[in-house]
Ligand binder design. Structure first.
Ligand code: GLU
Length: 429
């Protein structure tokens, strides 16, 4: 248990060190102006809130919540809220930075932020989670807002969480302002102002980037084997679309277990199973249980890490069989593992490109709310595919021109966009 704790601690610290190394490496390649580097390597604002919540049994618990706003030179801060025991200031800093690069690469008018609450949501009832979310929103107060900082779902948060945030935020506003604040959060349920397609957008984007990679490399996805770490919103939808294309889901890992079937598993059946089984794939009859430590070494062509950060490390990188790693999660591959993988010739579709379908569709939701529009799902998906294809091609082009890996190329595009904003505007005295 203690060993596990120490390992988790190392993983958390690793995320910030990781994003900083990625940023510094790309900045070195383009010889980034040192003044701009100074600005981008720190976060603009960091909020830590402690707030009491009444539990179902009448006792009171005090929770700690975070919101880190890294940069807003390209538009309002944007990024998810996660509910997880590993959430702390450093984790929020790292994840906020990744959001800045992600939105800049996507070419959408946002900055980067991230936050959440340090807790294990499985320990709380739905009504407790509702009160925790509402108190957290109240504690954040006017530090979030539709033109200031716009939260969205992340690990262990979902459209319901966003609806509670919206309702609480709106309740604190004057009556004439309430209906104009719908875009204070994205990833809402459709009934509460959400966008068609936002539910599947991140996973669909992960699938699209794999499809673009396959097209560019003359690879046929039909019959290819893939494994997914994390069978939440991102992992499930990525698997759904890959299966539709004829690829076979052979391995899945979640926080409770790891399952494998070399002949493939039915994605829909597995999803129904986990919904009826406390949200875990463990015990699924169509597959056999395997040692969690062997997950990344499973025989496959495509690997989709779609859970937490720093999962692919020096310890397991060498054993990876996949040709391509599509980063559905934020920061799943640490810097040391990346070197090993690149040397082995494995392609990594970097997180800030691979999982950007979520925030791009959040932008579409925000635009619809802001403009009083409702777009049909076909329009949302078409626009998303167009934007992702542009980003994918740009990364490809910069990687070739600069002779760098895809992650460095993606960072270069993002950093150059931010650099231009500072160059054009100058620094306020
Ligand atoms: N949490 C998601 C991410 O990491 C979505 C963020 C958003 O839509 O604002 O990209």
């Amino acid at each position: 248990m203690i060993a596990e704790k120490v390992k988790n601690e190392a993983k958390k610290q690793g995320m910030l060190a990781n994003v900083m190394r990625q940023f510094n490496h790309a900045s070195d390649v383009i010889d980034l102006n040192p003044n701009i580097r100074k600005i981008l390597e720190v976060t603009n604002n960091e909020l830590v809130v402690h707030f009491p919540v009444k539990m179902d049994d009448g006792t009171v618990e005090v929770f700690t919540g975070y919101r880190v706003q890294h940069n807003n030179s390209l538009g309002p801060y944007k990024g998810g809220l996660r509910y997880h025991p590993t959430v702390d200031l450093d984790a929020a800093r790292a994840l906020a930075m990744w959001m800045t690069w992600k939105t800049a690469l996507a070419g959408i008018p946002y900055g980067g932020a991230k936050g959440g609450i340090q807790l294990d949501p499985k320990k709380y009832s739905t009504s407790e989670l509702e009160r925790i979310t509402r108190r957290f929103t109240y504690a954040l107060g006017d530090n979030i807002g539709p033109e200031l900082d716009i939260p969205a779902p992340d690990v262990n948060t979902n459209p319901q969480t966003m609806a509670w945030i919206l309702d609480t935020y709106m309740s604190t506003k004057a009556p004439n302002e309430r209906s104009t604040n719908l875009h204070v959060v994205t990833g809402k349920p459709i009934g509460a102002g959400g966008s068609e397609g936002r539910d599947r957008a991140t996973g669909f984007g992960v699938y699209l980037t794999i499809k673009f990679w396959a097209e560019n490399n003359n690879v046929e996805l039909k019959g290819k084997k893939f494994i997914v770490q994390g069978f939440g919103n991102v992992g499930y939808w990525a698997a759904f679309f890959l299966e539709e294309e004829g690829a076979k889901l052979v391995g899945v890992q979640d926080a409770f277990g790891t399952i494998y079937n070399e002949n493939g598993m039915d994605v829909q059946a597995l999803n129904e199973y986990q919904l009826a089984n406390n949200g875990t794939v463990q015990g699924f009859k169509e597959a056999q249980a395997v040692d969690p430590a062997d997950f990344f070494a499973l025989d496959c062509d495509i690997c989709v890490p779609a859970a937490l950060g720093n999962q692919i490390t020096e310890d397991n990188a060498d054993s990876i069989k996949a040709q391509v790693i599509a980063e559905g999660a934020n920061g799943p591959t640490d810097v040391a593992a990346e070197q090993i993988l690149l040397q082995k010739g494995v392609t990594i579709i970097p997180d800030i490109l691979c999982n950007s379908g979520g925030v791009i569709t959040s932008y579409f939701e925000w635009l619809q709310n802001r403009n009083g529009e409702i777009w049909p799902i076909e329009e949302v998906m078409e626009k998303l595919e167009k934007k992702l294809r542009i980003s994918f091609n740009k990364v490809q082009k910069v990687a070739e021109e600069r002779k760098v890996d895809a992650r460095t190329a993606a960072f270069i595009i993002a950093i150059e966009r931010l650099q231009q904003a500072y160059v054009d505007r100058g620094i306020f005295p």
